[in-house]
Design a protein around this ligand. Structure first.
Ligand SMILES: [Zn+2]
Length: 281
């Protein structure tokens, strides 16, 4: 194997990344592509010690050495370089939010409450929420997360959630769901994941109880849907337009919205920063 121990200080895991368990068939390229990153940004985020190495061959040999020592890679396809394998132990690489780390000026605390597992893995949902707001300096912070552990009767009742999405939720199943779990600070936002709504075209609702900032998202919602519903909570009921006509905007009404991440415009950002849930750091 082409290996060389890096001369500099080795720090692994890197701080600020999300852990990802490698699988057989993964490569740096595929993991980077799935997360809208460039390959070398991903490698150098994990192994910053190789960043300053100007000799490309040597740099690749260092990456191999680090793959064996830090990720536990042992398998190779060409006898020269390690490849990722599901049996690697610990077999974890770390995914940064962006190629270039964001600079945060504001923070929003999110509390995740789950009545159901989501189709999109939770780490990807949370990263999507972070990615949608980070370019604007707004840090989406994971304040708490829990499965609500419903009784069988409650689980059956909320298997499909009945109600219409209104700005102000005062009664019905939407309200009951938003009362589940321990209380959260009035300046934080609760995100409830449910299996589905009776209205199957509905994938999320940013309406909430008058005394609580919350939104509800269906398990089948798309990657950026949670970020969209949190957007409604931050914009509040008086902001217009509720949904932005631009398809690349996070607040576009439909799941077909484009952009990774979708954008937010200056008017939306001014209102979001004025929300009691958005606090300057
Ligand atoms: Zn919406």
């Amino acid at each position: 194997m082409l290996e060389e121990k890096p001369a500099g200080l080795i720090k692994f895991p890197p701080s600020g990344g999300d852990p990802y368990h490698v699988r057989t068939g993964d490569s740096w390229e595929s993991i980077a592509k799935a997360n809208s990153l460039s390959t070398w940004a991903l490698i150098e985020f994990n192994f910053p010690v190789v960043k300053t190495e100007a000799n490309f061959q040597r740099k690749c040999r260092m990456v191999n050495w680090l793959l064996r020592h830090s990720v536990g890679c042992t398998k190779s396809s060409d006898g020269k370089n390690y490849r990722f394998d599901g049996s690697d132990r610990p077999g974890i690489v770390y995914i940064p939010l962006f190629d270039i780390p964001p600079v945060y000026t504001d923070r929003v605390n999110l509390h995740f409450r789950s009545l159901s597992l989501t189709d999109v893995p939770f780490d990807r949902i949370f990263r999507a929420v972070q990615r949608a707001y980070a370019p604007h300096g707004i840090q989406m912070s994971f304040a708490s997360g829990m499965s609500l552990g419903l009784s069988d009767a409650e689980a059956a009742r909320f298997a499909s959630v009945t109600g219409t999405c209104e700005w102000e939720i005062t009664s019905g199943e939407f309200a009951e769901i938003q009362r589940l779990g321990p209380p959260i600070p009035s300046t934080d936002i609760a995100v409830y994941f449910v299996k589905e709504f009776d209205t199957t075209s509905l994938l999320g609702c940013g309406g909430h109880l008058p005394d609580k900032h919350a939104c509800i998202v269906a398990a089948g919602a798309a990657t950026y849907s949670t970020a969209h519903e949190v957007g409604h909570v931050l914009l509040g009921s008086t902001f217009t337009p509720v949904h932005d006509p631009a398809i690349s905007n996070l607040m576009y009404a439909y799941e077909s919205r484009t952009g990774d991440p979708p954008s937010l415009n200056a008017t939306q950002l001014t209102r979001m920063r004025a929300s009691t849930c958005c606090r300057s750091i």
